[in-house]
Design a protein around this ligand. Structure first.
Ligand code: FES
Length: 262
């Protein structure tokens, strides 16, 4: 676990209320994988002024070769003081972070059909995962759901090989409804599935798994509920149906849905 100051190279509103921020990648980020996250803190500088209450767990969204070396991106909705502060940073500003943290997605070797399922801002870590899986020559279907078109990651920013399926609750883009319906249809096609979104979505996906009787491995990334990200506050505790307690920040954020709901 490493604390560092990340230098912003580019920040913009990408769509709807969703922003992207690119940062210079520190050396210790080598080996970071999709599904790992950073805790990002709102602060004006090192020392006294950063507010630990304004820390947010944000998945690494993408990586790229920048002009001066490797960069990583965070994708986030502006929903409170911390993310509002982040959206108002400028090129060259520094943001205090801790990370990369957690256990990311673990795609199996020698399987071909990969289904990625993102609810709302849950698309953030899946876009990078889709980049990697397509580069490995696998077939990737990305299923994105949101309340409206304003919550859907833009098609033109995905690799062209990615098959995109969209659902919106208001019908403004793609199929009308929730993503559980196409998830049920695509489950028989996929060899492995990866999901990120609100907690209720994971339970709904697991119910579809059970209803269809298809015992496909689904890895869920539970990131929404983290306050400290460091195994200290227990705000991220989850209680698997079989008993016990797991910390999302320490034991996850990736869990097989059967481990939580089975
Ligand atoms: S977020 Fe504090 S213990 Fe996990």
């Amino acid at each position: 676990m490493k604390s560092f100051e990340a230098e912003l190279t580019e920040g913009a509103r990408l769509y709807g209320n969703t922003h992207i921020a690119w940062f210079r990648q520190p050396e210790h980020f080598q080996g970071v994988t999709p599904g790992q996250f950073v805790m990002a803190y709102a602060s004006e500088s090192w020392g006294e002024t950063w507010d630990p209450l304004l820390g947010r767990a944000l998945s690494v969204h993408r990586v790229r070769d920048g002009v001066d070396g490797p960069e990583f991106a965070l994708l986030y909705d502006v929903i409170g003081r911390g993310t509002d502060w982040l959206s108002r940073r400028h090129q060259g500003d520094r943001v205090r972070m801790v990370g990369p943290l957690g256990r990311g997605f673990e795609p199996r070797d020698r399987v071909q059909h990969m289904l990625l399922v993102g609810g709302g801002i849950g698309s953030a870590p899946l876009v990078w995962l889709s980049d990697i899986l397509v580069a490995q020559g696998r077939e990737v279907t990305l299923l994105l759901g949101g309340r409206s078109a304003a919550q859907i990651f833009p098609r033109e920013l995905l690799r062209p090989e990615v098959e995109l399926v969209v659902t919106t609750e208001d019908g403004s883009l793609g199929e009308t409804g929730r993503l559980t319906a196409p998830f049920g249809r695509l489950l028989s096609w996929c060899d492995q599935a990866f999901a990120c979104g609100p907690d209720a979505m994971f339970e709904a996906l697991y119910r579809v798994q059970v209803d269809t009787g298809l015992n496909k491995p689904v890895q869920g990334l539970l990131e929404a509920r983290m306050a400290c990200g460091l195994g200290i506050c227990y705000s991220c505790a989850v209680f698997p149906r079989k008993g016990g307690v797991r910390l999302v920040c320490h034991d996850g954020p990736m869990f097989d849905l059967r481990e939580l709901y089975g």
